[in-house]
Ligand binder design. Structure first.
Ligand SMILES: Cc1cc2nc3c(=O)[nH]c(=O)nc-3n(C[C@H](O)[C@H](O)[C@H](O)COP(=O)(O)O)c2cc1C
Length: 258
């Protein structure tokens, strides 16, 4: 792989969950947010909320951003142009989520280049009620993900990724035999075990009572952890539909456009 300051920064980034107390300067915050804004966009439908209240922020981070998929602001621009949105909420959200995500990741990389660290927190949509109240959010602004940021007070190792053969499929998508899947899982699981990841975190996702626990902190690793997340959580689609409704997005058939 070709090394240069940009690829080196990308390859050495890791999520940071412990922060020094110093507040980054206004200029650093501006730089991060501006670099985020400069990401590719479909319709500039990502916006950013900021809290510098480290006592309340996740991980007591000096900076906490909430990255929003913001259709409200787009509608304001359309209104000034004399347009009303005809595109459905689902169609519009698909682009808004991408705009917000690419923007957020530019912020992560910019922070890294300034010696800061960061970590996403995926629970934001499920905290939408609270966030809407705190920030006075209008309808059609979806809190997509939280991004904590600040100077790192830890230096964890870079986490493993799937091998390239399991990631890049040139010209056609391969049939995934058990061997290929096992090889990829092994890279991830051995990588996390070598780093003592779950032992250090002292965390395994608990199984329901009717399922037998076959792992302990010496053997539990990434592929089991991630499988448990999607095997146990998020079963009820209504939960997310309710969040979207709360935020003013109506994605169910027959209910798309207000
Ligand atoms: C959408 C999203 C949600 C995430 N949510 C959480 C979270 O709730 N808590 C957490 O500690 N890390 C969270 N992370 C960070 C991931 O755990 C982390 O990026 C992943 O384990 C890979 O590690 P690395 O970032 O150090 O390479 C999230 C990352 C993403 C992209």
């Amino acid at each position: 792989m070709i090394g240069n300051p940009v690829t080196d920064a990308l390859m050495s980034r890791k999520s940071i969950r412990k922060y020094r107390v110093e507040q980054p300067s206004d200029e650093e915050v501006d730089t991060v947010v501006r670099a985020g804004q400069q990401a590719p966009f479909a319709m500039q439908m990502g916006s950013v909320l900021l809290s510098r209240d480290s006592v309340r922020n996740v991980f007591r981070a000096p900076l906490q951003f909430v990255i929003c998929a913001d259709v409200h602001r787009m509608e304001k621009v359309m209104e000034r142009r004399g347009w009303k949105r005809a595109a459905s909420d689902l169609y519009t959200l698909l682009f808004a989520v991408q705009d917000a995500a690419y923007m957020a990741q530019n912020m992560v990389t910019a922070a890294e280049s300034l010696g800061m660290g960061s970590c996403y927190i995926g629970a934001a949509p499920f905290m939408a009620g609270r966030i809407r109240g705190e920030y006075n959010l209008p309808d059609r602004v979806l809190p997509l993900v939280i991004l904590t940021m600040g100077y790192p007070a830890e230096d964890p190792p870079v986490r493993p990724r799937y091998p390239m053969e399991f990631h890049l499929f040139e010209d056609s998508y391969p049939e995934m035999g058990d061997d290929a899947v096992d090889r990829a899982m092994n890279v991830m699981d051995e990588g996390y075990l070598d780093q003592d990841y779950y032992r250090r975190a002292n965390y395994m996702i608990q199984l329901p009572k009717d399922m037998e626990e076959k792992y302990d902190l010496d053997s539990y690793s990434w592929s089991e952890h991630i499988s448990r997340k999607l095997g146990l959580w998020g079963r009820d689609p209504e939960e997310l539909i309710r969040v979207l409704e709360l935020c003013g997005f109506h994605i169910c058939p027959g209910n798309e456009v207000e």
